[in-house]
Design a protein around this ligand. Structure first.
Ligand code: NAD
Length: 517
C-alpha cells in the first residue's frame, strides 16, 4: 500500500508539468483512506507552478474515525512495556534516516526549499526521534522511602490518551516531529493534521511507522482544513493539542482548545531581530544576516527579518549584505546548486511582493530589489528574489508585519539601549540574536531581552532536541515549549502514590489530616 495514489487528471498546463496529479488521502488505523467528503485542495510544485497533488479535506466523520482508532489503540499502546516501545522507536529512527532523501524530495517538491535545506530539516526532526528513544530515562519518577513510618511515596508520569498535532507548511516534516515521537514514546496515540499545502511527507512518515512495527491506530494522519481542525478542538476524546502556525490561528487554537478542556500548546508567528553592535565581526554578521534572512526564502519561524544596526555598524554592513544578497542563486530546489527556492504558493508570493511595494511607498530604501527576478524555464514558479530594505522605521508595515518571505529590513538605532527597547516592544518574541565581541554586553543582553530563544553570534538559535523550543508573548500561547523535557511533561501527567503495606495496621478512628508519624 502506498500512501499516495497517482491518478490521471487534467492535461499538463505547462512545459514542465507533471502528467499526473497524486490523490492524497488520510492514514487511519494503519490504512490509506481516500477522501470521501467531496472536498479537497490543490498541492503545487512551487518551482514549476504546476499542480501535483489533490489532497482530501477530512469531514467530521473522518476525524472521528481517526480519533476512534487512536482511542482503541491507546488501550494496549499506553500499557506496552517501555522496552517494546523503544524498540519500535529505534526501528523508526533507522527508517527515517534511510528515507531521508525521499522525505526531503517531498519537502522540496511541495514546499520549494532547496534539497540540501530540506535534508537539514529532516535531520533536525530526526534528532527529536533520537531524544524520544531515551524515554525510559526521561519518564522516570521519584521515590522516597519512609515518608512516614513504613510509608513510601513515589511519583509517576502517565500518558494522556489521544493527542493531536496541527502543523504549518514551512517545516512539513520537522515540526510534526517535534511532537509525535515524544507523544508516542510516552504512551499516547496521535492524530496529525498537517498543512494542506505540503502533506505528502506526513503520509510517508505514516508508512515508515507501520514498517517499524507501530501498532495500527497509534499514529494517524487526517488531512484537511478548518473543518478538521475545529473537530479536533472540540472532540471529547482528544486530551491535548499541539499547534504550530501563525499567531491569529495559534490564539484561536489555544482559546478554543482550552475552552473544551484540553491541554494546549500553540506556537505562533515571529519577527526575529538581529542586533549588530559596532564592535562585531562585520563579515560574520553579514554572512549570518544573509543566510538567516534568505534561507528557505525567509519562510522560517526563526528567520532573521529585521537587522538592527547600532551606530556605525549599519554603514559598514549595508554594502556587505547587498553584495551577498545579490550573489544568491534562486531556482528550482531540486536542480543545480541553487541557494534559494520559490515561495510556497502564488497568493503568498503576491502578498510578500505587495508588502515590498508598500515598503517602497512608505519611504524605506530598497537597496536590493528581487522583484524583477526571472528564473529560466520556471516562468510560472512562485519566485521572488532577495529584497533588502535600509532605513526601515518601526511604524512601517514591512517592520510590523510578519512577511515570511525573502525580505530583510534594516532598522538604524543610535545605541544598545535603543536596540533592546525596540526588540522588547515588539509583540512577537520567538528568536533574537546579538552580534558583538563584548562578552559583557552579550551577557546583559541575554538577561534583559524579552524573547524565548537567544543567539549570541548565532543567527538562528534553534535549540537541540534535548532543550525545549518556544517563544514568548504572541509567539506562544500556553505554558510549555515543545520537545526536550517540557515536551515530555506536556504529553504526560503526574501521579503521586503514597503506599503502606499491611503489617501493623493502625486501628481506630482518626479523622485528622495525615501528618508524619
Ligand atoms: P497557518 O496558521 O496558516 O496554518 C497552520 C495550521 O493551521 C495548518 O495546519 C492550517 O491548515 C491550519 N489553519 C489555517 N487556518 C485555519 C483556521 N482559520 N482555522 C483552523 N485551522 C487553520 O500557518 P502557515 O501559513 O501554515 O505557517 C506559517 C506560520 O507558522 C508563520 O506565521 C510562522 O511564523 C509560523 N511558524 C511558527 C513556528 C514556531 O515555532 N513558533 C514554527 C513554524 C512556523
Amino acid at each position: 500500500m502506498t500512501a499516495r495514489r497517482t491518478i490521471e487528471k487534467a492535461p499538463p498546463p505547462a512545459r514542465h508539468a507533471a502528467a499526473t496529479i497524486a490523490e492524497i488521502g488520510h492514514w487511519i488505523d494503519g490504512q490509506l483512506r481516500l477522501g470521501d467528503a467531496g472536498r479537497s485542495g490543490p498541492v503545487f510544485n512551487p518551482a514549476s507552478g504546476v499542480q501535483t497533488g489533490d489532497v482530501a479535506f477530512a469531514s467530521i466523520e473522518v476525524v472521528d474515525a481517526a480519533v476512534r482508532a487512536a482511542k482503541e489503540a491507546f488501550v494496549t499502546w499506553g500499557d506496552m512495556g517501555l522496552g517494546r516501545r523503544t524498540t519500535i522507536l529505534f526501528r523508526f529512527r533507522e527508517l527515517v534516516a534511510k528515507h531521508a532523501d525521499d522525505l526531503a524530495r517531498h519537502i522540496t517538491r511541495e514546499h520549494g526549499k532547496v534539497f540540501s535545506d530540506a535534508k537539514g530539516e529532516v535531520q533536525r526532526g530526526l534528532e527529536v526521534v533520537e531524544f524520544a528513544c531515551g524515554i525510559p530515562q526521561l519518564i522516570k519518577g521519584e521515590f522516597s522511602q519512609n515518608v512516614s513510618t513504613n510509608v513510601d511515596s513515589y511519583s509517576i508520569r502517565q500518558p494522556l490518551g489521544v493527542v493531536a498535532g496541527i502543523t504549518p507548511f514551512n517545516f512539513p516534516v520537522m515540526v510534526p516531529m517535534w511532537m509525535y515521537p515524544i507523544a508516542i514514546a510516552a504512551g499516547n496515540t496521535f492524530v496529525l493534521k498537517p498543512s494542506e499545502k505540503d502533506p505528502s511527507g506526513s503520509m510517508l512518515i505514516a508508512e515508515l511507522w507501520q514498517q517499524a512495527g507501530l501498532p495500527d491506530g497509534v499514529f494517524n494522519v487526517v488531512n484537511g482544513d478548518k473543518v478538521a481542525v475545529d473537530r479536533i478542538l472540540s472532540h471529547p476524546d482528544i486530551a491535548a493539542v499541539s499547534f504550530v502556525g501563525s499567531t491569529p490561528i495559534a490564539k484561536y487554537i489555544y482559546e478554543t482548545g482550552t475552552r473544551h478542556g484540553k491541554r494546549v500548546q500553540a506556537l505562533g508567528g515571529a519577527k526575529n531581530h538581529m542586533v549588530v553592535l559596532p564592535d562585531a565581526d562585520m563579515e560574520l554578521a553579514a554572512d549570518s544576516a544573509v543566510n538567516a534572512a534568505f534561507g528557505s526564502a525567509g519562510e522560517r519561524c526563526m528567520a532573521i527579518s529585521v537587522l538592527v544596526g547600532v551606530g556605525s555598524a549599519t554603514d559598514k554592513l549595508i554594502p556587505l549584505i547587498r553584495d551577498r544578497a545579490k550573489a544568491i542563486h534562486v531556482g528550482d530546489g531540486l536542480e543545480g546548486n541553487n541557494d534559494m527556492g520559490p515561495l510556497v504558493t502564488k497568493p503568498h508570493m503576491e502578498r510578500v511582493r505587495g508588502l515590498v511595494e508598500e515598503g517602497v511607498r512608505d519611504g524605506a530604501k530598497l537597496v536590493v530589489d528581487g522583484r524583477a527576478l526571472k528564473v529560466t524555464d520556471r516562468e510560472r514558479g512562485f519566485f521572488l528574489g532577495p529584497c533588502v530594505f535600509d532605513n526601515v522605521r518601526p511604524e512601517m508595515s514591512v517592520y510590523k508585519e510578519e512577511i515570511f518571505g525573502p525580505v530583510l529590513s534594516v532598522v538604524r538605532v543610535e545605541s544598545y539601549d535603543e536596540a533592546v527597547a525596540l526588540v522588547n516592544s515588539n509583540p512577537y518574541a520567538n528568536g533574537v540574536a546579538i552580534f558583538t565581541n563584548d562578552g559583557g554586553a552579550a551577557r546583559t543582553f541575554e538577561s534583559e531581552i524579552q524573547v524565548g530563544m537567544v543567539g549570541i553570534n548565532v543567527p538562528i538559535p534553534v535549540p537541540m532536541a534535548y532543550y525545549s523550543f518556544g517563544g514568548w508573548k504572541n509567539s506562544l500561547f500556553g505554558d510549555v515549549h515543545v520537545h526536550g523535557q517540557e515536551g515530555v511533561r506536556f504529553y504526560t501527567r503526574a501521579k503521586v502514590v503514597t503506599a503502606r503495606w499491611p503489617e501493623p495496621h493502625l486501628r481506630g478512628k482518626n479523622l485528622g489530616f495525615p501528618t508524619v508519624t
